[in-house]
Design a protein around this ligand. Structure first.
Ligand code: UDP
Length: 157
């Protein structure tokens, strides 16, 4: 098994409702993800500028930043085979209309409220995962972690 790391966020409207955040954590565990790091935090403007910098000129940027700083988020580093793709599959499409109509069983299909309040974040590539982890977990070194743990989880012995 080749492990991959991904970076996941439970957004403020989900963290606020314990039954929903518990259900999403169950999805994480049921799907074989290992929780490598986790943290609850209220994101500050500096974190958010780094995190969502690529969307700076989009029409939804200000709404996104004010929502993401409106309460605590929970951030996770998760490990699994094919973690990035698997999480995005479980999470579903970005836009709530599409999620609710074409993927109602996904996390966003079930718990997304609007295009902005769409329940969770998941990295879309290895590079984004590394960049995002470095913002929330500056002391965590994903490359070193994978190197240290690759033999442990190979499952061929
Ligand atoms: N977003 C929004 N309106 C849009 C598109 C995106 O508010 O029309 C927000 C939404 O919270 C989304 C985040 O911006 O999760 C980042 O957008 P991206 O296109 O990277 O989607 P994701 O990778 O989260 O599916």
């Amino acid at each position: 098994m080749v492990l991959e790391l991904t970076f996941v966020v439970l957004k403020p409207h989900v963290v606020k409702v314990p039954s929903i955040s518990k259900e999403i954590k169950n999805i994480i565990i049921r799907n074989g993800f290992l929780v490598i790091r986790s943290k609850e935090k209220i994101l500050n403007p500096n974190d958010l500028q780094m995190f969502y910098g690529e969307h700076k000129n989009k029409f939804f940027y200000n709404r996104l930043i004010s929502f993401m700083s409106s309460g605590p988020i929970e951030a996770y580093v998760l490990a699994r085979e094919n973690a990035i793709h698997k999480w995005r599959e479980l999470m579903g499409p970005t836009r709530v209309f599409e999620a609710q109509f074409s993927a109602p069983d996904t996390i966003r299909g079930k718990f997304g409220l609007t295009d902005t309040r769409n329940a969770t974040h998941g990295s879309d590539s290895t590079e984004s995962a590394r960049r995002e982890m470095s913002i929330l977990f500056p002391d965590f070194d994903p490359i070193q972690w994978l190197k240290t743990n690759e033999n442990h989880f190979r499952g061929d012995g």
